[in-house]
Design a protein around this ligand. Structure first.
Ligand code: G3D
Ligand code: MG
Length: 184
């Protein structure tokens, strides 16, 4: 199989969640080393690219990761934010219950209203390294992810890199399965 035979994909993913849940930290932890950052503070978005070579499915994938650069400006730009988005990480902070509530009260609504009908998401509980301050427990996350029909629920620590690669890679694999018409 030569390079030319590889399937090439470009997929837009977003990270969603309240201010300071760790959206930017998760992307930065995942995208280490060679990356391009297209910073548009005036638009309120931050775009990071990451290229993956997935030999097991004979594909090259360019991830276009959209992050919220200004939480206030997001309200003005959310249509653009969701345009063409095929998958998202919906993130809350396990130490702040208000961020967990807003997954349903706010972020999922936007995702459903502005996103593609076939877009998928993983529910993420971030900052699990802050063991003594955890207020949203794993059972709460598991329950919510089932209610919301998330494709998965993963607890992460952007600070220590725990489960960060796993979260993005699961999302990518599910998206690719969807796009190539396979069931999963
Ligand atoms: P946002 O992009 O969602 O707004 P950031 O959130 O990625 O900017 O993170 C907000 C703050 O939370 C940052 O702290 C960051 O270091 C911290 N943070 C993010 N992820 C984790 C994590 O997994 N564990 C811990 N302990 N902290 C985390 P500062 O102090 O820079 O504001
Ligand atoms: Mg940020």
């Amino acid at each position: 199989m030569t390079e030319r035979d590889k399937r090439k994909w470009a997929i837009k993913l977003t990270v969603l969640g309240d201010q300071a849940v760790g959206k930017t930290s998760l992307i930065k932890k995942y995208v280490t080393g060679a990356f391009e950052m297209d910073y548009h503070p005036t638009l309120g978005v931050d775009i990071t690219l990451k290229d993956l070579v997935l030999d097991e499915i004979n594909s090259e994938v360019r991830l276009i990761l959209w992050d919220i650069a200004g939480q206030n400006k997001y309200e003005l730009t959310r249509k653009m934010f969701f345009q063409g988005c095929v998958g998202a990480l919906l993130i809350y902070d396990v130490t702040r219950p208000s961020t967990f509530k807003n997954v349903t009260a706010k972020w999922l609504n936007d995702f459903k209203q502005y996103g593609r009908s076939n877009a998928i998401f993983i529910l993420i509980g971030n900052k699990v390294d802050m063991e003594d301050s955890i207020k949203v427990h794993s059972e709460d996350g598991i329950k919510l992810s089932k209610e919301l029909k998330a494709i998965d629920f993963i607890e992460t620590s952007a600070k220590y890199g725990k489960n960060v690669e796993k979260a993005f890679e699961k999302l990518v694999m599910h998206v690719l399965n969807n796009l190539s018409g396979k069931s999963n």
